[in-house]
Write a protein that binds this ligand. Structure first.
Ligand code: NAD
Length: 294
């Protein structure tokens, strides 16, 4: 069992920290919204009013933050993790950020005496609540082995995919597939409904065939019911499509479906849907077809 400083108790971080506390780890959490502390404390963890207080005795530091500016502030800032955690501590960054930011973080960590893994996750809020996330890990094999005691509590599939940044590259690929799938499911719903077919029944059949996916399993009912409480916000997926676009440019690749999906998600944001779940791509497709006033 480890002493863990856990920074970022949002939609994903809160259930992950609770799982770790319930598994017997000593978890001290810090986040911007203090409402998140009640759950952690009920599950046996403690709260801290600063990064310093959360990490000063930690063997393992976990970050689950929105994007690279927050990660950089929390880890590299003057009041941050590398200023206050004991030397030799292992930082596991579960956030989805740019691969180059993860590489820079690992280099800064090595210079300051810390070990770093990029370990973005997939599985959404449901996967976090159930402790069955998929985790794609970049860094050294030795640090990956150390972190398996954490991964086995919050995840079901965890794979060391390569050196620093490789976890984020795999996560970019994941977000490409997820975004594109949502766009296609949205179009399928609009198509079936326009032709007078019950989309709920239609998607039940799709879920059992070759078109089946975790998205259809977990989200088809809420999509047909037009329930878009996040979950994973369109704003965050917009961030991830930016990471994909940059990565494709760096590699001199043309990824046309990625470009289209990026544009649809940007349209959702422009339509004021940024704080809704990314399954609200359905609303974007409806608007494209003049169906949004129905
Ligand atoms: P969220 O906005 O719900 O949570 C982020 C948390 O970070 C908030 O609790 C906020 O208070 C905290 N925070 C922000 N800045 C901070 C700071 N300076 N100091 C301390 N705490 C700070 O976001 P989320 O949905 O939990 O996503 C977190 C990360 O996980 C993102 O990178 C996202 O892309 C990724 N992700 C999310 C999902 C999902 O379904 N929500 C799935 C997979 C990956």
């Amino acid at each position: 069992m480890s002493r863990i400083g856990f920074i970022g108790l949002g939609i994903m971080g809160s259930p992950m920290a609770s799982h770790l506390a319930r598994a017997g780890h000593e978890v001290i959490g810090h986040t911007l919204d203090p409402k998140a502390y009640a759950r952690l404390e009920a599950d046996g963890g403690r709260s801290a009013d600063s990064v310093e207080a959360a990490v000063k005795d930690a063997e393992i530091v976990i970050t689950m933050l929105p994007n690279h500016p927050q990660v950089e502030q929390v880890v590299l800032g003057p009041d941050g993790v590398f200023a206050h955690a004991p030397k030799g501590a292992l930082l596991i960054d579960f956030s989805t950020i740019r691969p180059e930011s993860s590489i820079a973080l690992a280099e800064a960590g090595a210079a300051a005496g810390y070990r770093v893994l990029d370990a973005p996750v997939s599985g959404g809020q449901g996967g976090a609540e159930e402790g069955v996330l998929s985790i794609m890990v970049g860094g050294t094999e030795a640090d990956f082995e150390t972190a398996t005691t954490i991964f086995e509590v919050v995840g079901k599939t965890y794979i060391h995919v390569g050196p620093h940044g490789a976890g984020q590259v795999v996560k970019a690929a994941n977000q490409l597939v997820v975004g594109g799938t949502y766009a296609l499911v949205a179009e399928a719903i609009v198509l079936m409904e326009a032709l007078g077919v019950d989309a709920g029944k239609g998607l039940d059949v799709l879920a059992g065939g070759l078109a089946g996916s975790t998205i259809l399993e977990r989200k088809r009912k809420s999509m047909v019911a037009r329930e878009f409480t996040p979950g994973f916000r369109i704003d965050l997926h917009h961030k991830d499509m930016g990471i994909i676009t940059d990565a494709a440019r760096q590699a001199d690749l043309s990824l046309p479906t990625a470009a289209l999906t990026t544009s649809l998600i940007a349209a959702g944001r422009a339509q004021g849907l940024g704080s809704l779940d990314h399954s609200a791509l359905l609303k974007v497709i409806e608007k494209l077809n003049g169906l949004d006033e129905k």
